[in-house]
Design a protein around this ligand. Structure first.
Ligand SMILES: [Zn+2]
Length: 374
């Protein structure tokens, strides 16, 4: 009988050594015999051989970085989307990451490497299973962008809440299924899509808000409230942002155009629109579904201001350490004011690799200033 823990520990030796050894055995015995001898399914052995083929030219780097087997197999899959010369970048991207974070880092690195190479997102397409299952159902799958997903959740929200109140045994997914089915099988009414925009106004520091006017350096006065009322009543928010003396983006003023779903508070809304996604690295909950986490705990005098709030999903809000314990790490504001995760005091801050992190007002403000200064 083999020791299960030793086998587990062996899987933590650098993955490249394991796939190399697997390739040696497979060339001697053949895949079927190796599978029969080891009990490892042929499909898994083929994944090892593929990783050997893709990554063995970078064997030394993979060994030095100590990338474990499961993460290495992930790198092997992503390595087909970049040029062979760029594979070391992917290997370095997953150094010291957990398996769950690795895919985020690989996605970000791959996108960065392919920037400007005219790689467009594939056209949307719905896959329908060729055969029905035992129950006579066919599996249908397709992709939604984060924005489309958010729209769907918002549209389905009231229906799902009502359905689950009527039948508390329904899971969210089951209620969503009922809603989707209803949407797909009832005739479409020509409903017009509406947006609730936030007007983002990154301004020069020579601009000041005085008595409700936006005053420019050359003496032009603009009354944003009047302007917004006339043109955009009932639509959203106006958010003025600027860099402070240290070059960090700040939200200066927010004007309400309408009560939105962020109506629990302006500061909470500003925090949600800052990162658009849960601040915990590796998490993809959109900020709309997150809780407003107090970076400095409210119980210890932390203010409910946008600067002290960061979106965290329920799970990660629960995991975040308070100021006294060091267990899971906590969210702090790091580089550029972005909220990120710090394992223990003094450690480097790690950020969400989700694109949304830099797509909120903070990222847009930096983009606007960068464009203005070039
Ligand atoms: Zn989260």
């Amino acid at each position: 009988m083999t020791d299960a823990f030793l086998a587990f520990a062996a899987a933590h030796t650098p993955g490249i050594a394991i796939v190399d050894a697997c390739a040696r055995h497979a060339s001697k015995l053949g895949i079927d015999k190796l599978s029969a001898d080891t009990g490892i399914p042929p499909l898994e052995i083929r994944a090892h051989l593929e990783a050997h083929k893709q990554l063995s030219p970078h064997r030394e780097l993979a060994a030095t970085l100590g990338i474990p087997l499961d993460t290495l197999l992930l790198v092997s899959t992503w390595s087909k989307r970049v040029l062979p010369d760029d594979i070391p970048v992917l290997l370095r991207a997953v150094e010291n990451t957990t398996y769950t974070e690795a895919e985020d880092h690989l996605r970000a690195a791959t996108r960065e490497l392919n920037r400007g190479k005219n790689r467009t997102r594939p056209r949307g397409s719905v896959a329908v299973a060729k055969r029905p299952d035992y129950w006579g159902r066919r599996r249908v799958s397709f992709y939604l962008t984060d924005a489309e997903h958010a729209d769907m959740k918002a549209n389905a929200g009231a229906y799902i809440a009502a359905a689950r109140e009527k039948d508390p045994t329904l899971s969210y997914g089951q209620a969503l299924h009922m809603w989707l089915l209803r949407q797909l099988t009832t005739p479409v009414s020509e409903a017009r899509k509406t947006y609730k925009p936030v007007l983002l106004m990154p301004v020069d520091s020579s601009l000041t808000w005085e008595r409700g006017y936006l005053v420019t350096a050359d003496g032009v006065r603009v009354d944003p409230v009047e302007l917004l009322k006339a043109q955009l009543d009932d639509t959203g928010w106006a958010l003025q942002t600027a860099l402070d003396a240290t070059g960090t983006a700040q939200a200066i003023t927010v004007a309400r155009i309408q009560n939105t779903r962020f109506s629990t508070g302006e500061h909470r809304m500003i925090a949600a629109l800052d990162t658009l996604v849960c601040s915990w690295p590796g998490c993809h909950h959109i900020a709309m579904d997150c809780q407003a986490h107090h970076i400095h705990p409210a119980a210890q005098g932390g203010e409910t201001s946008w600067e002290n709030l960061a979106p965290l999903c329920k799970k990660h809000n629960g995991m975040n350490d308070d100021l006294r314990t060091v267990r899971n790490g906590r969210i702090i504001r790091g580089n550029g004011g972005y909220p990120g995760h710090q394992r223990r005091p003094g450690d480097p801050v790690r950020y969400s690799a989700n694109d949304l992190l830099t797509a909120g007002w903070r990222g847009l403000t930096y983009d606007a200033y960068a464009r203005a200064s070039t």
